[in-house]
Ligand binder design. Sequence first.
Ligand code: FE
Ligand code: FE
Ligand code: ZN
Length: 286
Amino acid sequence: MIIGCHVQMKAPDFLKGSVKEALSYGCNAFMLYTGAPQNTKRRDTRELKIQEAAALMQANDLPMDRMIIHAPYIINPANSTKESVMELAVSFLQQEIQRVHEIGAKYLVLHPGSYTITDTETGIHTAISQLNKVEVPDDVMITLETMAGKGSEIGWQFEQLAEILSNLKQKDRYGVCLDTCHINDAGYDVTKFDDVLDEFDHVIGLNKLKVIHLNDSLNPRGSHKDRHANIGKGTIGFDTLYAIAHNKRIDHIAKILETPYVDGKPPYKEEIAALTSNKQLRIQAQ
Ligand code: FE
Ligand code: FE
Ligand code: ZN
């Protein structure tokens, strides 16, 4: 099973520290932001200990595509109403793509964005034209994330992502990141995950699925909320998430936990142990 979680990337060890943190939880894949997700301050990639991180990954038999990068939320490709937001969506995304390239990672997870005061179709068409302004090199792939449909988010129905993907110039440089909390909140029945995969395959194509975010949800199916819960502590539940983690059709795809810290501590070691255990060790509320 390819499984891991969101990890930090901070001074003094930067990416090397990210790899170490991931290994300490028993991860064989992990995801990080190249800086604070809500601002544009970024270190020069030469400071990020890329070589040390790559060496540590190699020593642990982790191919570089197990390091996944999440683009910051400030990139909103669906916004067509504010000049500064539109300019940033293209310029900062292009810089982020360059960082992923320099780091040597492959997948860049990106939220398709929010249309704010227009409408879904305008948001989708804006995202298409904005994404068509960036250049993605051969060694990088942008994975558009399935969203919960909170506020004016686009990309919460597979059809919306399919429309974006089919209108991109560099179709082969794009894939999809499926978030179990988000699709639950969007209205998909994740308890019947094979049906969800069938629908994904029919609408988008299963070959486009590149990353999975494995999260429980605090809210019921169709709530359009996007609040992550710890594995087994939400409305999706342990058994369903365990079944998804072990689903053979997606065993080649990295599953990344983005569950919240518990009492200020990362829950990932225990959650990963429970999900990889044959005995279905239960994480239950004490
Ligand atoms: Fe995300
Ligand atoms: Fe996610
Ligand atoms: Zn989320």
